[in-house]
Design a protein around this ligand. Structure first.
Ligand code: HEM
Length: 427
């Protein structure tokens, strides 16, 4: 096709102004230009897409041409180094292959008690608050509990030795101090690795799985620097995302008492007083639908970016090499052509067999560069919700605002403050 006939999507003449809310700007321009438009964002030529066929081309059919992340990831690379989130090309292929076994079901099963430990501590704290009729800062407490679960899964019995140093992760905003903190923590991880080598033996945690991993071609283990980068990547990728979903879940349940009651009923019927087991988790259909629905309306990673390596076509549109592609799970998952009443929280929409295309729900991304931690996160969220909602419900004193801030993750603008109440049959 000659360059004169190549079709380029329309779009706003003015570049995106960095003072604008990027998510709102993207949404407004879809209303104006349709499900693909071209724009200038942070000095790059960007195609913003919200059509499943186009997304399929980028994340699945021609994924190799979009293996590079967009410029936005550079900010993350600054904190995490060239770990799995920000690496590209052959480095990414090698890193992904080495990390993948640590995230298989057999590995996550071994981390199960780490998730229950962190959750039971939070449940007990909230039970105490309930007995004293005190309110709790749900956003803050969930963030700490998820950080603990993540650190326990990664560092296992070394948790106590590192907990205090990692604690600021739950508080720190993504600024220069955060970059410095991450660099110091990467060095700390290398110290832990060296202690383990000197100590010998093995542990059931992610550091151990990563230390045992070997490159398929060279047979080499990860270097110390790589172990530091990857473990730090997992802490950051796993913490705020999961904490954000659970924070929204508690808010949504508070706003929809009939859904909360149905959740309690499923837990009483399916779990009762029995211990929670890894193999039983799939039985909690409604609980899992609540999690899927929260992931649909508040996907923490609301933006994925890619960079075209060579020229391509998306639908009829020509994509010159170097073009950045923006895909928002938030906007896809609220697309009125894909979802009925998209802004409503309705877990039962996941009930029926529908012909909805898989990509319409993509909170963990899609294709070979999807979230490596999806199963980890899902198990952690199920454990959290089941063990806490079995004993407690959370109620806000006054109606809380659902406003959000779309930074790196989609967070609630204010912390949710609620009163834990014991279920009558759980006291
Ligand atoms: C609810 C929780 C989570 C959500 C919604 C989520 C979402 C995502 C998404 C959408 C991507 C793809 C980004 C892209 O295509 O640009 C991703 C990548 C990734 N996630 Fe998650 N994530 C979650 C939890 C976790 C956890 C618990 C871990 C690890 C412990 C983790 C580790 C990663 C890593 C390392 C990548 C990069 C994968 C690669 O590029 O090969 N995530 N995540």
């Amino acid at each position: 096709m000659s360059s004169t006939t190549q079709k380029i999507p329309h779009g706003p003449a003015q570049p995106y102004a960095t003072t604008d809310d990027l998510l709102e700007w993207m949404r407004t321009n879809f209303d104006r230009y349709g499900d693909i438009y071209q724009a200038s964002v942070y000095g790059d030529r960007v195609y913003v897409i919200n059509d499943l066929q186009y997304v399929d081309r980028v994340l699945l059919r021609n994924w190799r041409n979009y293996l590079r992340k967009g410029q936005a990831v550079k900010r993350i690379a600054l904190s995490l180094g060239n770990g799995l989130i920000s690496s590209n090309g052959d480095t990414w292929v090698r890193q992904r292959r080495m990390l993948q076994p640590a995230f298989k079901s057999e590995s996550i099963r071994l981390l199960f008690t780490r998730f229950t430990q962190a959750t039971i501590e939070l449940r007990d704290k909230w039970r105490d608050a309930a007995s004293r009729a005190e309110s709790v800062d749900v956003t803050h407490d969930v963030s700490l509990a998820v950080l603990k679960a993540t650190l326990l899964a990664i560092f296992g019995d070394d948790y106590e030795a590192i907990a205090a140093e990692f604690a600021p992760i739950a508080e720190e905003s993504r600024n220069l101090e955060f970059v410095q903190l991450c660099a110091a923590l990467r060095r700390r991880i290398v110290e832990i690795v060296n202690h383990r080598r000197a100590r010998g033996g093995s542990a059931y945690d992610l550091i151990d799985f990563m230390m045992s991993a070997r490159d398929r071609d060279s047979g080499e283990p990860m270097t110390d620097a790589d172990l530091g980068r990857q473990a730090m990547t997992l802490v950051i990728a796993g913490h705020e995302t999961t904490a954000s979903v659970l924070n929204w879940v508690w808010h949504l349940l508070d706003e929809h008492p009939h859904i909360e009651a149905k959740l309690a009923e499923e837990i009483a019927r399916t779990l009762g007083d029995s211990p929670l087991e890894f193999d039983g988790l799939a039985k909690f259909t409604y609980t899992n639908q609540i999690i899927d629905e929260a992931l649909r309306i508040y996907p923490p990673l609301w933006l994925m970016t890619r960079r075209a390596i060579t020229d391509d076509h998306i639908g009829d549109y020509f994509v010159p090499a170097g073009t950045e592609i923006y895909i928002s799970p938030f906007l896809l998952q609220r697309h009125p052509h894909l979802w009925e009443a998209p802004d409503e929280f309705d877990p039962e929409r996941f009930d029926a067999e529908t012909n909805r295309p898989a990509l319409a729900h993509c909170p963990f991304g899609a294709g070979p560069r999807n979230c490596i931690g999806e199963l980890f996160a899902r198990i952690e969220m199920q454990v959290h919700l089941l063990l806490i909602a079995r004993d407690l419900r959370l109620r806000s004193a006054a109606s809380a605002s659902s406003e959000f801030v779309a930074g790196v993750n989609l967070l609630s603008r204010s912390h949710f403050r609620m009163n834990p109440e014991m279920r009558v049959d759980a006291s």
